[in-house]
Write a protein that binds this ligand. Structure first.
Ligand code: ADP
Ligand code: MG
Length: 599
């Protein structure tokens, strides 16, 4: 086949594939244009998940006739005055959004400048441009997109439900609104009940409008400058972590981004405080010399490249640790980590197959590294105990009744720090994390009950009403029949609330609010990509986590022993549902070796 120059509308459709992935990407481009035009008020309206209608109206500079005609052409932009790409201060610069949208939808651009006697509009239908026509309007620009992807079946096929697309639109608008607190945002249309975020210029106020007042109450301000990177924003307290990343907002020079360096830095900063599968809520704003960051690496400009990514990472981690430190949340001491690292928990792989198969089976060599004389870890431990010249307490040994000797997890002797059960099983010391263990037990009980039909529920005396964003309410409402099988009975309660009528009996009196919020987060994360039925395990895991004995609860000896006995009879109980060990066993010989008593 010979080479041919492609016709313009085909070029535009190819470009559209990159820029215009879904309705939310159209909204992003249009709102960015409005911001670049200096708008102080932007109204976004969508219907049918953005498929049937997207309208973005602004009160910015508008366009005159010549610009209006050029604006829908490909590679036409007012934003690159010279030919450099290394000093970009506007959100747009590629000059292809309107042309691309015009290639895959019916596009109307109407605009009026300050001094014009009236407005003008141009229509583009799959790259065919109309005449410029008069249009009655105020100063600014109104872009209307209808029948998005109507002629692109391949693209339509990949769109999710209207509801999911509308949620993605809301997410995009949230991110843009947070990056631009000086702009009044209105999000409207039949896809949702309206949101109205007036501008009062304060970042904190905007964060509260978008992320909710309870985030702002559970967050600490960031303010650090390092390596030429200015980090501001709000970092959520570790206890406010969420089950998905929808509450993480990243901005670089006013541009909302998803960047691996930033994600990694946040994860690293919280690593000591937040479990691996949880996501801290955060609104992170970076200011950096535009020349030190390349924004031209992604068609939708969502990704970027830092020249000094190490410096950026360092600045972000420092900012978060400083802020959390000031709030009184400190990194756990490194000594504790060293000790934990030195004592190996039973192999979790072994614990998969049967109840407690690994007790006593750990190769004795597993603990070999704990000898203070042979490892660096051991030395640092020794050093940190230097201040203790004398034993500070006397420990009394109790004789174990011989018949209890035979339990694999031993007999409970004490509870430490209201979370760790200390047990002895003849020749070994067993430490159990009561919360982690109980979580696994509840999880397995759930699964056992579910195997025999719907899980038993208990009625709430008064329904618990919990407020949610509308998108969450919709998802919870959709999931209600599935949740009912698990003993959780929910009902829609007005546009932005859910009433909880019955809860799984297994969970007892648990934190219903936290539980339902976690499930909502999960539903948002999974979206409708998979059938909910396949997610039952994940939902049960979330329920189990909330229904478990929290650390901090004092247990009686008989309660502790009951827990140990149940662990012994439950599959997988060697690890909690997050994959962490539920207990650690130290053989007497290991203890002796640790103190250098044996060779
Ligand atoms: P880019 O934003 O990359 O320049 P677009 O295709 O999004 O490319 O827009 C092309 C041009 O149309 C812009 O450079 C700008 O001059 C003009 N334009 C687009 N939207 C607006 C708006 N809302 N207000 C004023 N001018 C606009
Ligand atoms: Mg643009």
């Amino acid at each position: 086949m010979s080479i041919r120059q492609l016709p313009e509308d085909l070029i535009n459709r190819i470009a559209a594939g990159e820029v215009v992935e879904r309705p939310a990407s159209v909204v992003k481009e249009l709102v960015e244009n409005a911001i670049d035009a200096g708008a102080t008020r932007i109204v976004v309206t969508t219907a049918g998940g953005g498929r049937s209608l997207i309208r973005v109206e602004d009160d910015g500079a508008g366009m005159d006739r010549d610009d209006l005609v050029l604006s829908v052409e490909r590679h036409a932009t007012s934003k690159l005055a010279d030919d450099g790409l290394d000093n970009i201060r506007t959100l747009g610069f590629r000059g292809e959004a309107l042309a691309s949208i015009g290639a895959v939808a019916h596009l109307t651009v109407a605009a009026r400048t300050e001094n014009a006697a009236s407005g003008l509009r141009i229509e583009v239908d799959r790259s065919r441009k109309s005449q410029v026509l008069p249009q009655a309007m105020n100063r600014g620009t109104i872009v209307t997109v209808r029948e998005l992807f109507a002629g692109v079946p391949a693209r339509l096929k990949f769109l999710k439900s209207d509801r999911a697309e509308a949620a993605a639109v809301a997410d995009v608008v949230k991110r843009l609104a947070m990056a631009n607190p000086q702009v009044h945002f209105v999000l409207d249309g039949s896809d949702r009940s309206p949101s109205n975020w007036p501008a009062d210029g304060e970042l904190r106020a905007r964060v509260m409008q978008v992320m909710g007042a309870d985030f702002a109450e559970n967050a600490v301000p960031l303010a650090t400058t390092r390596h030429g990177v200015v980090v501001t924003g709000l970092a959520g307290l570790p206890t406010y972590s969420r089950a998905n990343s929808l509450s993480q907002f990243y901005f670089v020079n006013g541009r909302s981004v998803r960047d691996k360096v930033l994600l990694g830095a946040v994860r690293a900063a919280y690593a000591d405080f937040v479990f691996r599968d949880r996501f801290p809520a955060i609104a992170l704003f970076l200011s950096i010399d535009p020349a030190a960051v390349d924004v031209n690496v992604h068609p939708a400009k969502a990704e970027l490249r830092f020249r000094d990514s190490g410096g950026v990472r360092g600045a972000v981690i420092r900012a978060i640790l400083d802020a959390l430190g000031e709030a009184g949340y400190r990194a756990s001491s490194t000594v504790a980590e060293d000790v934990l690292g030195a004592f190996r928990a039973p192999e979790t792989a072994g614990a998969e197959s049967a109840p407690i198969p690994v007790l006593g089976a750990a190769p004795s060599g597993a603990f070999g590294a704990t000898s203070p004389a042979t490892t660096g870890q051991g030395r640092s431990q020794t050093a940190s105990f230097d201040g203790l010249a004398e034993p500070s307490a006397r420990y009394e040994a109790f004789e174990l009744p011989p018949e209890e000797d035979s339990y694999p997890l031993g007999t409970a002797r004490a509870q430490m720090f209201e979370n760790f059960i200390v047990a002895q099983n003849g020749d070994a010391l067993v430490l159990v994390d009561q919360h982690a263990a109980h979580e696994r037990l509840v999880y397995e009980r759930f699964k056992a009950e579910l195997a025999g039909g719907p899980v038993a529920s208990q009625m709430q005396l008064i329904p618990v009403v919990i407020e949610f964003p509308e998108e969450d309410c919709e998802r919870l409402e959709d999931a209600a029949p599935t949740l009912a099988r698990l003993g959780l009975y929910l009902e829609r309660f007005g546009p932005r609330a859910i009433a909880v009528r019955e809860t799984p009996a297994l969970l007892g009196q648990s934190d219903i609010d936290g539980l339902v919020k976690d499930i909502a987060d999960g539903l948002a994360e999974w979206d409708n990509s998979e059938a909910l039925g396949d997610r039952l395990d994940s939902i049960i895991a979330r329920m189990a986590c909330h229904g478990s004995v929290r650390s901090g609860r004092v247990l009686r000896v008989d309660e502790m022993n009951a827990l140990l006995r149940e662990m012994e009879g439950t599959p997988h109980s060697g690890q909690c549902i997050h994959g962490r060990p539920t207990y650690v066993e130290l053989k007497k010989a290991d203890l002796e070796r640790m103190f250098g008593r044996t060779r």
